[in-house]
Design a protein. Structure first.
Length: 317
């Protein structure tokens, strides 16, 4: 019975992958990703984190669902010139702890607060984030205005309601599609991938041919619980619009016009309604925006980091 079920899961994953390969290769042909690993030292505590520079203030970078700190490569190391650069693996992902339960927004924010405290980062900080990380960044800013001076959110998955959230998130990948539709196959696919990492990495390579190999490897460094509960309690909950309204620091939303995950119409409404929110739409950019144009992303973060310097003056780098 288990063998038959495994065969069905393999067939389902393979079929979905084949459908996605053609489109993925076309996207890859239109973009180039120049990436190398970031430097610094590693810290293991409440979260696994890469750090560079020193001081109690600086920039924190948060990755998306199924990612790791590797997402923010060496192009972002220049941000250490603003103080401490902290790039963690989110709770349950990468090399960070994977508790058996506890992946609500509050759990993710608490883990982030704890690792910053361990590192002596007292703030103020600028939080740069991609996809899922944007929601955790906004929740942190809403809860800790004493700590967060500004947020730059790349490809933010902000939605007006849960139905819209699930419809948009179903466009991310095979596993996300199953989760968004409450499919019983979601857990089977995730567990199959964890038990057969070589096969799963091969499928990921076919779907996302333009990504560095370390990304494909790290995309399976989680548990079913950490992935599914983070998806349900953070991404699909669609609460970040409320958090954003309660944030009282500058927030820049950076979204690509070709990103199927972001709801540009909703982002425009948020920017129009909230004086502390600005939207910058990047023509032709997709959900990999911080990878395909790191120079622009670094520049946006560096502008935000001016808030960290006394009297708005920039620090020397």
């Amino acid at each position: 019975m288990n063998s038959s079920r495994n065969l069905v899961v393999v067939a389902a994953v393979t079929g979905a992958a084949c459908v996605a390969v053609q489109e993925a290769r076309a996207r890859a042909a239109r973009r180039r990703i120049s990436w190398s690993p970031g430097g610094g030292t590693l810290h293991d505590g409440a979260l696994h984190a890469r750090t560079l520079g020193d001081g109690a203030t600086g920039v924190v970078l948060l990755h998306g669902l199924g990612g790791s700190n590797a997402f923010w490569g060496s192009a972002y190391d220049t941000l250490a010139g603003t103080g401490r650069l902290v790039v963690p693996d989110l709770l349950g992902f990468g090399a960070s702890p994977r508790p058996p339960v506890g992946y609500t927004t509050d759990d993710h924010v608490q883990a982030l607060e704890t690792v910053l405290d361990e590192l002596g980062v007292r703030g103020p900080i600028i939080v740069g984030a991609h996809s899922l990380g944007c929601l955790i960044a906004l929740a942190l800013a809403e809860r800790r205005p004493d700590l967060v001076a500004g947020v730059v959110a790349f490809c933010p998955p902000l939605y007006p309601d849960e139905a819209t959230a699930r419809a948009r998130l179903a466009r991310v990948g095979v596993l996300e599609r199953q989760l968004a539709n409450d499919s019983p196959w979601a857990e089977a696919i995730c567990r199959w991938a964890c038990r057969h990492p070589r096969g799963a990495i091969a499928v990921a390579a076919a779907i996302r041919p333009g990504l560095p190999a370390v990304f494909r490897h790290d995309s399976f460094r989680h548990t079913w619980t950490s992935f599914s509960q983070t998806f349900r309690h953070v991404l699909a909950a669609a609460e970040a619009g409320r958090w954003l309204a309660d944030v009282h620091v500058p927030v820049e939303l950076v979204a690509g016009t070709d990103d199927p995950v972001t709801d540009l119409g909703y982002l425009r409404r948020l920017a129009d309604d909230l004086p502390h929110v600005a939207l910058r739409a990047r023509h032709g950019a997709d959900h990999d925006l911080p990878l395909t144009d790191p120079a622009d992303a670094v520049a946006a973060l560096a502008r935000a980091a001016l808030l960290l310097a006394p009297s708005g003056a920039s620090r020397s780098t």
